[in-house]
Design a protein around this ligand. Structure first.
Ligand SMILES: NC(=O)c1ccc[n+]([C@@H]2O[C@H](COP(=O)([O-])OP(=O)(O)OC[C@H]3O[C@@H](n4cnc5c(N)ncnc54)[C@H](OP(=O)(O)O)[C@@H]3O)[C@@H](O)[C@H]2O)c1
Length: 350
């Protein structure tokens, strides 16, 4: 994709993956992107449309290039890493050698500032010195705080849904609040490689829980809650389910606030005032309304006279939960319009 040189050169590593494919889809229409390259370990030399067939609908259908981290970092202004956990920490130094203006990672490798928490959750880390060097990419909350960031780690998909629901409640949480987030995801959350739990016949009309002993994204919630609430931060439990969907996460958060809450919708409206992608609704949200988009729909209600608050959040795991949020974070970091390249409005039914 050639274009004027005053626009950005952007590269996506892991281009055959689901998140990599979504990054290519969004960035191909981004007004600030001049040249876009997809880099791949498994499919170099193949056309984008051979992996992501919707690229047949576009006037150009580039070829995936071989993933050479140093060459990509030297060529690009912005590098997106859409790799499995552990790969980003393996290639990050080579990418950084080329001094790209910005590296955005969609994996868990650099989501933690706390080494003990990172290693307790994901095992030994190759580049512990870099933990904390990546800005937290929860774009709808961080907003202008991302301006000027040169490295960003976007949160996981479940974590994004849970954190968008939790953030408005942060001022009313106490040590005993113990939020519980019950969340169901579509099969694309597990990536492009088929597994028994994502294989169509066993997944398409099925519904089941997993990770009951603890989901890895709970560590991300703990880190954000510590940052937002300080030493008295409550622990948040995440109860994950596989739903008969391809895209989307529906999260139901139940919280006991430190003091009864009269109007939880006002907390949502206050937290997301002037934020372009998070919409507090007066009714329970529907997943179909956000599929394919970078938008999140939220709703809140009280129970037991305000001693319990329920917040519902729906997102597309591949867009708001990964690629869209990553592009939004890039926009914020580089001082571009926050919504640039993210105008996809969705469709219902989907
Ligand atoms: N799926 C989601 O909803 C979601 C949401 C938030 C965050 N994430 C995170 O984003 C990252 C990408 O997720 P994804 O769902 O796109 O995964 P995916 O579909 O499995 O794609 C990952 C891609 O990474 C590349 N890769 C490089 N080294 C690899 C290796 N050793 N083994 C396998 N693949 C390798 C492959 O692309 P090439 O062969 O083209 O290089 C592969 O297609 C992951 O860290 C994931 O946790 C995913």
């Amino acid at each position: 994709m050639s274009a004027p040189t005053d626009r950005l050169r952007v590269a996506v590593a892991g281009a055959t993956g689901y998140v990599g494919g979504e990054l290519l889809r969004l960035l191909a229409d981004h007004p600030a992107v001049g040249e876009l390259r997809g880099a791949s370990t498994s499919a170099a030399g193949r056309r984008w449309s051979e992996i992501h067939p919707h690229f047949l609908n576009r006037p150009d259908d580039p070829v995936l290039e071989a993933f050479d981290p140093a060459a990509l970092g030297a060529w690009a202004d912005v590098v997106f890493l859409a790799l499995p956990h552990g790969e980003s920490q393996r290639v990050v130094d080579a990418v950084a050698e080329g001094r790209p203006q910005l590296v955005v990672d969609t994996a868990a490798d650099f989501r933690f500032a706390d080494l003990a928490r990172a290693e307790a959750t994901y095992g030994p880390h190759r580049r512990p010195e870099l933990l904390g060097a990546f800005a937290n990419g929860l774009a709808d909350v961080e907003g202008e705080a991302l301006r000027g960031a040169d490295r960003i780690a976007v949160p996981g998909c479940f974590a994004t849904a849970a954190l968008l629901a939790l953030w408005p409640l942060a001022p009313v949480l106490g040590p005993a609040s113990h939020p519980v987030c019950w969340a169901a995801t579509g099969s694309s959350g597990s990536g492009a490689t088929a597994k028994p739990t994502t294989h169509h016949p066993t997944r398409a009309h099925n519904f089941f829980a997993y990770g009951l002993a603890g989901h890895r994204h709970e560590a991300e919630l703990a880190e954000r809650l510590a940052a937002w609430c300080g030493p008295g931060a409550p622990r948040c439990s995440l109860l994950t389910h596989s739903a008969p969907l391809v895209r989307g996460i529906h999260a139901t958060l139940l919280v006991r606030p430190a003091e009864p809450v009269a109007d939880p919708m006002e907390l949502l409206r206050r937290a997301y005032r002037d934020r372009p992608f998070v919409h507090p609704l007066d009714r329970p949200p529907e997943l179909a309304a956000v599929a394919g988009t970078n938008h999140a729909h939220l709703h809140a209600a009280t129970r037991d006279g305000g001693r319990e608050v329920v917040v519902l959040a729906v997102i597309d795991n591949l867009v708001k939960g990964a690629a869209g949020q990553a592009v939004q974070a890039m926009n914020l970091a580089l001082g571009l319009a926050e919504t640039a390249g993210l105008g996809h409005g969705g469709m219902t039914p989907c």
